[in-house]
Design a binder for this molecule. Structure first.
Ligand code: ADP
Length: 192
C-alpha cells in the first residue's frame, strides 16, 4: 500500500500518518520530520533548511528531491509507505512520480485531509504550546497557509486527475478521522 497524505498545515496529517503506520506496519516518510532531524543534528543542510521552514516557505525542490530519493532508496518499501509532507508543489509531484516509477512502486492512493482555516489556527496554537516547534508562530503559520493554498492545493488536483484522490473531513476526534481514512482505503480496522 503506497499512500500519499495531503492536507494543510495543522490538518492532522502527521497524527494520521502515525496511526496508519501503526495499523499497517509501513514506513512513515515525513519530510517535516526529516528536516527537523537534520536541523537538530546541526548539519549544513538542516540549518539552511531551518531558516526557510521558520519563515513558512518551502525548502527548494532540489534539496527535497535529494532527501526523498535517498529515503526511498533505503530498501524498506517492500510493503509500501505512508508519505507525509511530500509532494508540496506540482514540480515535486512530477519528480515523485518519476522516482516511484523507477522503483516500480507507483503511489496507489492519495488522501487529502480537509480542514477549515479557523480550526488550523486553533490547533497550531495548541501545538505551539505542547511541542514548541519554531515554525508554529502565528506569522509563520499564516505564511504556511498561504504557501499551501498557492502551491500545495494544486497537488490534490494532480492526484484527482489520476483518479487517485479521496478527500476526508478532518474535523472531530482523531480516531474518527482515522476510521474515515481506513474506510477510504477499504481496510477493516479489526482485521489487520
Ligand atoms: P505542516 O504540514 O504542519 O506544515 P511539516 O512538518 O510537514 O508541517 O513541514 C514543516 C515545514 O517543512 C514546511 O512548512 C516546509 O517549510 C518544510 N517542508 C516540509 N516538506 C517539504 C517539501 N516537500 N518541500 C518543501 N518544504 C518542505
Amino acid at each position: 500500500m503506497r499512500i500519499v497524505l495531503l492536507g494543510p498545515p495543522g490538518s492532522g496529517k502527521g497524527t494520521q500518518a502515525a496511526m496508519l503506520v501503526e495499523q499497517l506496519g509501513l514506513p512513515h516518510i515525513s519530510t517535516g520530520a526529516l528536516l527537523r532531524n537534520a536541523a537538530k543534528r546541526g548539519t549544513d543542510l538542516g540549518l539552511q533548511a531551518k531558516s526557510i521552514t521558520d519563515k513558512g516557505e518551502l525548502v527548494p525542490d532540489d534539496i527535497m528531491s535529494g532527501m526523498i530519493e535517498e529515503r526511498l532508496g533505503r530498501g524498506d518499501l517492500g510493503k509500501g509507505f505512508i508519505l507525509d509532507g511530500y509532494p508540496r508543489n506540482l514540480s515535486q509531484a512530477r519528480s515523485l512520480d518519476m522516482m516511484l516509477e523507477r522503483l516500480n512502486q507507483p503511489a496507489d492512493a492519495a488522501i487529502h485531509i480537509d480542514i477549515d482555516p479557523e480550526q488550523i489556527i486553533k490547533r497550531i496554537a495548541r501545538r505551539a504550546k505542547e511541542e514548541g516547534r519554531s515554525d508554529d508562530t502565528e506569522k509563520t503559520v499564516r505564511n504556511r497557509m498561504r504557501v499551501y493554498a498557492e502551491q500545495t492545493a494544486p497537488v490534490a488536483d494532480y492526484y484527482a486527475d489520476q483518479g487517485l484522490l479521496t478527500r476526508v473531513l478532518g474535523n472531530g476526534p482523531k480516531e474518527e478521522i482515522f476510521q474515515r481514512i481506513l474506510s477510504v482505503l477499504q481496510i477493516d480496522a479489526k482485521s489487520t
